[in-house]
Design a binder for this molecule. Structure first.
Ligand code: DAH
Length: 343
């Protein structure tokens, strides 16, 4: 008896639900079926006259019916709301700020994510995070870094010049002098930045890329400090223990200068095609700050020493996320970029 009744109720309910095309009509259906005077309520009342056994079975059927109605109404409500929104969007003649945004949210650029990681790690080790200009002058980018006019080291850093003689900075090292003058010694600072070079682009070269420069100046700072900080930072960034090694490298603003390699992330140092079987990947040029650069920044090289590094952040992001083509970073290719976390 009850089963038949429920089946009939479901049929009438469905008919009325299909006919409801506005939220008001839907509300009327809800009241008709789930309201105090509706069939669900009547059925509930009828339980009073049943035996315990009957009550148990009927109670379950009534509850299931109630859930069925509620769910169908909620689904229909969502469908009506969406249809109303679509209508509003279609008929909106001009920008309407009251229409909710698309569900698709943006995501952070992988360079931003890496920069935040590195900033957080260095901040926790007492480094301040500095901001600096992208348009600089010859003194900041070269002269103050012990690279006089006509020095051959300039050849590798051709860039874009403005008519007033200023230039787009080729390296974050361009901020070293400014930061030394701003804080004096001792100091610990990192400064991320966008750099520019006149490069033909390919999978490994870009005319626009990011570096993270770091400097630590104090009494008795040595290469051991440099190795310690780099090893700690890189192990944190990659979430595993990273070994580093230094090879000699030449930069006019360091003495001595190094190329810092990290143990290959793929094979862990045993040798594989990614590291050309050497077990090492080149990552970060660095060195002890040249006495001339300290002096130019107003710091006495007899009293203080320091290290500096110019981490290739774009390269680091390529390694961390396995990005094979550097051009993806500036491409605006949302499919490539949206795979990264959005918080
Ligand atoms: N600025 C250099 C470049 O872009 C990298 C570099 C080398 C930065 C040594 C440093 C350093 O701070 O000590 O090629």
């Amino acid at each position: 008896m009850m089963t038949e009744m429920i089946a009939n109720l479901k049929n009438t309910f469905q008919e009325q639900l299909d006919a409801a095309t506005t939220s008001e009509a839907l509300e009327a259906v809800r009241v008709a079926f789930l309201g105090k005077k509706g069939p669900v309520s009547d059925l509930m009342k009828s339980l009073r006259d049943m035996s315990v056994e009957e009550k148990k079975e009927a109670g379950q059927s009534i509850n299931a019916l109630k859930n069925y109605f509620e769910e169908a109404i909620a689904q229909k409500a969502a469908a009506l709301e969406k249809a109303a929104l679509d209508m509003a969007v279609r008929s909106a003649k001009k920008y309407n700020p009251s229409i909710p945004a698309d569900k698709e949210v943006g995501s952070y650029h992988p360079i931003t994510l890496i920069a935040r990681d590195v900033e957080e790690i260095f901040s926790s080790m007492g480094f301040t995070v500095e901001d600096y200009a992208e348009i600089v002058d010859d003194y900041q980018c070269f002269e103050s870094l012990n690279i006089p006019k006509h020095h051959p080291a300039r050849d590798m850093q051709d860039t874009y010049y403005l008519e007033n003689g200023q230039l787009l900075k080729t390296q974050t090292s361009a901020a070293q002098n400014h930061i030394m003058k701003k804080y004096g010694a001792p100091l610990r600072a990192i400064f991320p930045g966008r750099c520019f070079r006149n490069e033909a682009t390919d999978a490994c070269h870009e005319n626009t890329f990011f570096q993270m420069e770091g400097m630590m100046i104090d009494k008795n700072i040595s290469i051991s400090n440099l190795i310690y900080f780099m090893k700690t930072m890189l192990s944190e960034v990659f979430g595993k223990k990273i070994n580093v090694r230094l090879r000699p490298g030449f930069f006019p603003f360091t003495e001595p200068g190094f190329e810092l390699d990290i143990s290959c992330l793929i094979c862990g140092g045993n040798g594989c095609p990614s590291c050309k079987n050497s077990g090492w990947l080149e990552l970060c040029p660095c060195g002890m700050i040249h006495p001339n650069v300290l002096k130019e920044g107003g710091i006495d090289p007899e009293e203080y020493t320091g290290f500096a590094f110019g981490l290739g952040m774009t390269r680091l992001a390529m390694m961390k996320y396995g990005i094979k083509d550097i051009r993806n970073f500036n491409s605006g290719n949302l499919k490539a970029l949206s795979q990264f976390e959005s918080n």
